[in-house]
Design a protein around this ligand. Structure first.
Ligand code: AMP
Length: 273
């Protein structure tokens, strides 16, 4: 179901010259690598948003101007129920402010850590919502490259995506080996994520980063006998996260048609508790 546009934060309005005085800033929602995120309200419309504050000094230090601008333009243009909206941005002399859709239920990471691991119905619902978001992104020539639990935020119903930097557990073989990577990068990480949702730990976890890389390159994937994970779920994981040859990985469309997804995922992305 399409979400209503916020009254004052439409795409046209994103070009408006927003300033900090247009917003009331509330409690902090989290801290990222390059700044803090706050709950905020646009004063005139009373529309609730998340406000990401990035310090220019940090962006300059890591020479990330171009990357940040590109990511902002991409995110601003994407429109999908499972893709977090960026409504607009503005800056002052030291900070950049991103006006983001507020994800009410926070990080999937936190929910998983609290639960330990998810049921097959929960995991399949999240994987299906994310796959639908990725199909939309790929159709628009966007490769996410950075899918991981911390980047997945939850609204009241399903999962949404947002972006930060990579962690080794989720690096794909072609990135570790420094080969050029393509859309199948996202398919690999979907398999890895599916494993972690079901078992509560990532599949290639190791003591050091080097050992994690080794396990990834050797596709050292094993399924513990805990949590009663079904063969159908393992089949989906193997067809994405155990294949070094990216061309053999299950396509996103085929993931949605996979019997495990068809049987377990909620059709509207509403995650069972
Ligand atoms: P980031 O800088 O994007 O890594 O964000 C840091 C943290 O702030 C995230 O891990 C979330 O806990 C929180 N956060 C970021 N964006 C939002 C949002 N749009 N809605 C709710 N919480 C958010």
């Amino acid at each position: 179901m399409a979400r209503p546009e916020p009254p004052k934060l439409t795409p046209e309005a994103s070009k408006k010259d927003w300033s900090i005085s247009d917003f009331e800033i509330g409690r902090p929602l989290g801290k990222g690598k390059f700044g803090c995120v706050y709950l905020a309200r646009e004063i005139k419309s009373r529309y609730i948003v998340a406000f990401k504050v990035i310090f220019k000094e940090q962006i300059e230090k890591y020479k990330l101007h171009h990357q940040l601008r590109r990511e902002m333009e991409i995110q601003n243009a994407l429109r999908h129920p499972n893709v977090l909206r960026l409504y607009g941005w503005f800056d002052d002399s030291v900070r950049i402010f991103l006006i983001l859709e507020y994800a009410h239920n926070g990080e999937l990471f936190k929910e998983l850590r609290e639960a330990g691991h998810f049921s097959e119905k929960q995991a399949a619902t999240y994987i299906s919502s994310l796959t639908q978001a990725l199909i939309y992104c790929h159709e628009n020539h966007v490769i996410h490259r950075d899918i991981k639990l911390e980047n997945l935020l939850l609204d009241n119903e399903g999962s949404k995506r947002h972006t930060i930097c990579g962690t080794p557990d989720y690096f794909v073989p072609e990135m570790v080996e420094n080969k050029t990577h393509d859309y199948a990068v996202d398919n690999w990480t979907l398999g890895v994520l599916c494993y972690e949702l079901l078992y509560g730990v990532p599949p290639f976890e190791a003591k050091s980063q080097r050992d994690t890389f080794k396990r990834i390159i050797n596709v050292d994937l094993s399924f513990p006998s805990t949590h009663g994970v079904t063969d159908e779920a393992k089949d989906l994981i193997c067809k994405d996260a155990s294949l070094n040859d990216s061309s053999k990985r299950l396509s996103l469309e085929k993931i949605l048609e996979h019997p495990w997804i068809v049987k377990n995922a909620h059709p509207e992305g509403i995650c069972p508790k």
